[in-house]
Design a binder for this molecule. Structure first.
Ligand code: PGA
Length: 254
């Protein structure tokens, strides 16, 4: 049985919440957060338009926050993109890379992910790389092939001396209410950890948090979170309300 030192609970707010709604959320969540287990690390991936508000509200808390997408250059003539350099200056420590909505709706490739991870790490941001198979790929028995290829290709320029998070998010489970079973999720995590071992070293594979994402809710979180390969969650819908997110945060996954 693997020993889990820390459980990582990450929120992906997608394109929801105004700065006012962000302020309302954190004013309610911050007092609760102070009472959570010290072994729980909470992270928020907020919309770009809410980052200033988030930075101010979280400046004296241990909650980490970051962008849902960055560009793979520090700055430049890239209209509409998020500068990782500015993010870092604003106090962000993390960024999402390769979320399935970025891949399917905005054409993000593994090569883009590799460049974004390289740039994020060079600027001192810890990336959270998302991988996951579609329903057709799962039905065709391609799950492990798809996710290990995404992992390998996206980590082509990864610096193993620096922090990274991996999120396993089966595409068919995102926003659908159809959650992977605890056994399915744990098996996929095991495969990803083995790949990390093959690509890098044992200790890198062991210390890299691998999170599960896809319809995580207070009702299913405990069973998933108790799996020995699941080091945390990336939560979309259930992270939008303080009540449901805090319910997940208060569970004991040890
Ligand atoms: P969901 O989203 O929890 O609403 O399924 C997860 C994600 O997109 O990261």
């Amino acid at each position: 049985m693997r020993q889990k030192k820390q459980f990582v609970l990450a929120a992906n707010w997608k394109m929801y919440k105004s700065p006012l709604e962000t302020e309302k959320f954190f004013r309610e969540f911050l007092p609760l957060e102070k009472r959570l287990s010290p072994d729980l690390q909470t992270l928020f991936f907020v919309p770009a338009l809410n980052m200033s508000t988030t930075a101010q509200l979280l400046s004296s808390s241990k909650i980490l926050w970051g962008a849902q997408n960055i560009y793979f250059e520090a700055e430049g003539a890239f209209t509409g993109e998020n500068s990782p350099k500015v993010l870092k200056e604003m106090g962000s420590q993390i960024c999402l890379v390769g979320h399935s909505e970025r891949r399917s709706l905005f054409g993000e490739t593994d090569l883009d992910c590799a460049k974004k991870i390289h740039c994020a790490q060079a600027l001192g941001l810890a990336p959270m790389l998302c991988v996951g198979e579609s329903l057709a790929e799962r039905k065709a028995g391609q799950t492990f092939k798809v996710i290990t290829e995404q992992l390998k290709n996206s980590l082509a320029q990864f610096d193993p001396q620096k922090k990274i998070y991996i999120a396993y998010e089966p595409v068919w489970a995102i926003g659908t209410g159809q959650v992977a079973t605890a056994a399915e999720a744990n098996e996929a995590h095991l495969i990803l950890r083995k790949s990390l071992k093959d690509l890098f070293q044992n200790d890198i594979a062991e210390k890299t948090p691998i999170l599960y994402g896809g319809s995580v809710k207070p009702e299913n979180a405990l069973e998933l979170g108790k799996q020995d390969q699941i080091d945390g969650f990336l939560v979309g819908g259930a992270s939008l309300k303080v009540e449901s997110f805090a319910q997940i945060a208060q569970l004991n996954f040890a």
